[in-house]
Write a protein that binds this ligand. Structure first.
Ligand SMILES: Cc1ncc(C[n+]2csc(CCOP(=O)(O)OP(=O)(O)O)c2C)c(N)n1
Length: 334
């Protein structure tokens, strides 16, 4: 995997840790642990038949969205794709309401009707199942901010590198640049689109952001998505820039997917050794080490996160199913 091209040019690690503060970083570690535990236990519930539909875990990629939400704050427009449990958690959805959604219960995040890929908060516009479908929505959100002259907010759009080959990616970047829309497009490049490696899907697969951005006359950044601190430092600079210039930015976060594409993908196209190597580069363990946190303290944080998720699962399992009488509610088809 290519190295970060950002952090090495920035301040030193110790100075950065001191500037952010250990208390904040511990909170970030707790958040990343909550996301990881949510994914692990959610997948287990799926295997036991408690959860239906699709399930795309964010395991391995936690550092990216955790840093984005920390740097930008919740008061912006966020648009994600189907790998969206973490984003909803980070933006304030409770583990209870999300687990209820996965379990298909009436008090779920989307009233039990959307499931894993369709999660929302007051500032999160989804959860999109169509690859690339979220980009025009993010541009629209950025347009609304510009139209309303809201200068302190932006739109943040997450996508996988698989979306880069879609027409929607190119049309949206073109329009966003032409119209100076305040939107950050964040490519989470985990190198795999389902079972297809990026080298077989994209003609330009190395340095995606730095090669695509100039053709739309926008600026790009490349970050190490496996390193919370690199993401923190990078998104800090990106925030400064977009708040000043109010123009789109394309970011590529190089990262790893710890599992198959979704729960139904055993990922037989990657060897066990390869997965082992990938998992040795765990962003959670990296942050623990950067903070010099003892194993004992780390285990206590992990246990607390696990207990929160188990509690949410118990809550979901005992929650009511949607009433059939509500079947036609919230349906907008004419
Ligand atoms: C328009 C469209 N084409 C194909 C699919 C099927 N599909 C679902 S996920 C996926 C791979 C996308 O990979 P990527 O964008 O890299 O995101 P990742 O899953 O790796 O996070 C594909 C091809 C789809 N949902 N939408």
């Amino acid at each position: 995997m290519a190295k970060s091209r950002f952090f090495s040019t920035s301040e030193g690690l110790a100075d950065l840790i001191q500037r952010i503060g250990k208390k904040t970083l511990k909170e970030e570690l707790e958040m990343m642990l909550l996301i990881r535990q949510f994914e692990l236990r959610g997948e287990a519930a799926y295997q036991q038949g408690e959860v239906g539909g699709f399930y795309h875990a964010y395991s391995g990629e936690e550092a990216i969205q955790t840093a984005v939400v920390r740097i930008f704050g919740k008061k912006n427009w966020f648009v994600g794709f189907y790998r969206c449990h973490a984003l909803a958690l980070l933006l304030g959805a409770t583990p209870q309401e999300l687990m209820c959604e996965l379990y298909g219960r009436a008090n779920g995040n989307a009233k039990g009707r959307g499931g894993s890929m369709h999660l929302y908060t007051d500032r999160m516009l989804g959860g999109f199942a169509i690859v690339g479908g979220q980009l025009p929505i993010a541009a629209g959100a950025a347009f609304s901010l510009k139209y309303q002259k809201k200068k302190d907010e932006v739109a943040l759009c997450f996508l996988g590198e698989g979306a880069v080959a879609q027409g929607a990616f190119h049309e949206t970047l073109n329009l966003a640049s032409l119209w100076d829309l305040p939107v950050v497009f964040i490519i989470e490049n985990n190198q795999w689109g389902m079972g297809t490696h990026v080298s077989r899907a994209l003609a330009c697969h190395e340095g995606i952001a730095e090669k695509q951005a100039p053709s739309y006359n926008i600026k790009s950044y490349t970050l190490n998505g496996m390193d919370y601190l690199d993401c923190y430092a990078g998104f800090e600079a990106i925030k400064d820039e977009i708040l000043k210039n109010r123009k789109p930015i394309l970011v590529e976060c190089l990262c790893e997917r710890f599992k198959g594409h979704s729960i139904s993908d055993p990922a037989l196209y990657r060897s066990k050794d390869e997965f082992k190597k990938v998992q040795e580069n765990d962003p959670i363990v990296r942050l623990k080490n950067q903070l010099k946190l003892s194993d004992e303290k780390f285990k206590a944080l992990e246990k607390a996160a696990k207990e929160r998720v188990i509690e949410a699962m118990e809550f979901a399992a005992s929650s009511a199913w949607p009433s059939p009488a509500t079947l036609e509610e919230g349906v907008y088809a004419p």
